[in-house]
Ligand binder design. Sequence first.
Ligand SMILES: [Mg+2]
Length: 277
Amino acid sequence: MRLIQGIFLIFLLISCSRTVVRSPAAEIGQTDINIVFDIDYTIVQPATDPLDPDVIKIDDELYKVNSWTRDIIESLSRHHNVRIYFFSGGKKERNEKLLKKIKTNSGRSLHEFTQDIFSYDDLHQVAEEGSFSQRLKKNLIPLGLNLDRTILIDDNANFAFKGQERNMLWLGKTYHHYEDFNKSFRDLGNTKVLQEYIPTSFQQWFVARNKLKFVYELLDDAIVNEQLGRVDFLDYISTNREDYIPYGEKFSDHYRKIYLEELPDKNMNCLRAIQSF
Ligand SMILES: [Mg+2]
């Protein structure tokens, strides 16, 4: 009988301790962080290799999922206070189809990780003339996103709405996806491929291939440091973005640390290249 009472007491203590450690702020959503991903040239690229088996076709358009896309969305969503959104200037139907077709390693589609998807109709027009991103902006306020708790990940910084520059995390210069750097030479002179998006050095190719990894490291450190009570999430990003994202397409000690520890074996050539910088 005493044994049963003891087990019951232990069970009661565990139940109570779980109740005590739960954050009341997290329960009512006050601490949620909104991470908003652009789609084109951020999580996918136009496919350039017709022989690539890992290509997604939506309405006659071919897409290649960027390196790290699946990993970082799965990893970020594991934080209890992170909400994932997508915001693309593409049509809503296309955006939804595409996100449903991209499956993560756990078998869930990106659509299943999403709190909401914003599309062309959600863009805010600020001018009659100019390029697409000069006329139309990604204004986060009408979408109900708290500017103190939201970061937009985008390859095109021009989409930032006036006054929301702090909420824009630019990925750095855009390039086409090439699985292998040597394949990029094949498209030089190909009129069907925008030449300005072809990496012409190994450093450019390597940074482009791994840009979401750099973003993940920054976001994850910002989330964890905030959880530890050290610094506000957005303040951490503003202060440290230049250290994490190689806008100059060169590698600091920070990148060497990340990549020397984590690159898979198949990228040993990359390791050697980094070490030579
Ligand atoms: Mg884009």
